[in-house]
Unconditional design. Structure first.
Length: 319
């Protein structure tokens, strides 16, 4: 197992690389009760990518290009702790962080009783914490009391796939995720428009306020994860696609994907590169303009499919 804070990928500022548990047999398909409200997204075309030049060159958010998608149904919220508890109780599934015995926790959130076993000189705010997992988000001594309606975290892409197999669902493609996040606002920076704050100066997403990485004022009300129905839903009815937690997508990450398909309209695009990295979308409660402004519709990031961290979760799409 590699260090939980090995940051060799471009996404290292936001999602630490933690490779963890060995392979195992797949779960029986479609036997679980997935109870999350669904949002229907009609078939149609949209402009995918960053029209503002906000993104980092290595993230591959440009050029903007037209994409056509079939209709799909997507979760209104990310999968919650309550949802994942039902899945784990029904299957006995243990996440890769549980099997590995550690996961990555942001330094200001580590529980006082937790044992830190590793860190990285390149990004010392991410710590490998013994016993951190989805049931114990900040390490031993922390739990899910009062957080049943928060997004599940410390789940790898592989763990998300296991949940999908149980529920008879799948992860969204990157294109589906972006179309759904935009909520019908063509070319907008955020799900609600182009301005970060509303007309009253109120925060509209759970991101970092203050001085990164040492002082988060929590001005938006949440220094860590927020309940999945905080703030307002977008035009399609999806809650918190940006901020709060990163969301795993099905696609392998290809920083050149948009350049490859920009010359013609594309139907239901999927990256065709070797799946060394998987796409993450939406940013998290740790994003801040001074370091990572990936809390946007067009923002892209990635991590290895067996990486586990305290700011990534997922939502699902109907088969």
């Amino acid at each position: 197992m590699s260090s939980p804070v090995d940051r060799s990928t471009p996404s290292s500022c936001c999602t630490p690389n933690l490779t963890s548990a060995p392979g195992r047999e797949p779960l029986p398909a479609g036997r679980g009760a997935h109870l999350i409200e669904q949002c229907h997204v009609e078939a149609g075309a949209f402009r995918m990518g960053d029209p503002f030049g906000d993104g980092l060159a290595g993230d591959g958010e440009s050029p903007v290009h037209e994409v056509t998608l079939d209709a799909f149904d997507i979760d209104a919220t990310t999968v919650t702790n309550a949802d994942f508890t039902r899945f784990a109780g029904d299957t006995g599934y243990r996440t890769e962080a549980e099997l590995a015995g550690l996961s990555a926790v942001f330094h200001t959130l580590v529980h006082p009783r937790a044992v830190v076993v590793s860190s990285s000189p390149r990004a010392p705010w991410w710590l490998g914490v013994e016993g951190a997992d989805w049931r114990h988000p900040e390490g031993p001594g922390s739990d899910l009391r009062t957080r049943e309606d928060h997004p599940v975290v410390h789940v790898t892409w592989n763990d998300a796939q296991a949940y999908c197999a149980w529920a008879g669902r799948r992860l969204p493609t990157e294109a589906e995720w972006e179309r759904a996040s935009r909520g019908g606002l063509e070319g907008a920076r955020y799900p609600w428009g182009d301005d970060l704050l509303d007309a009253r100066g109120t925060w509209q997403a759970n991101i970092w306020q203050g001085s990164f990485p040492d002082h988060d004022t929590g001005e938006d009300g949440w220094p860590g994860t927020a309940p999945v129905r905080t703030y307002r839903p977008n035009g399609f009815g999806l809650w918190q696609t940006v901020g709060n937690v990163w969301e795993w997508c099905d696609d392998p990450f290809d920083p050149r994907a948009y350049a490859k398909r920009a010359r013609a309209q594309v139907h239901d695009p999927r990256s065709r590169v070797a799946p060394t990295l998987r796409v993450l979308r939406g940013g998290s409660y740790l994003c801040h303009d001074s370091y990572c402004n990936r809390y946007r519709n067009a923002a892209r990031s990635s991590n290895t499919p067996d990486s586990s961290m305290g700011n990534a979760g997922f939502r699902t799409v109907a088969l």
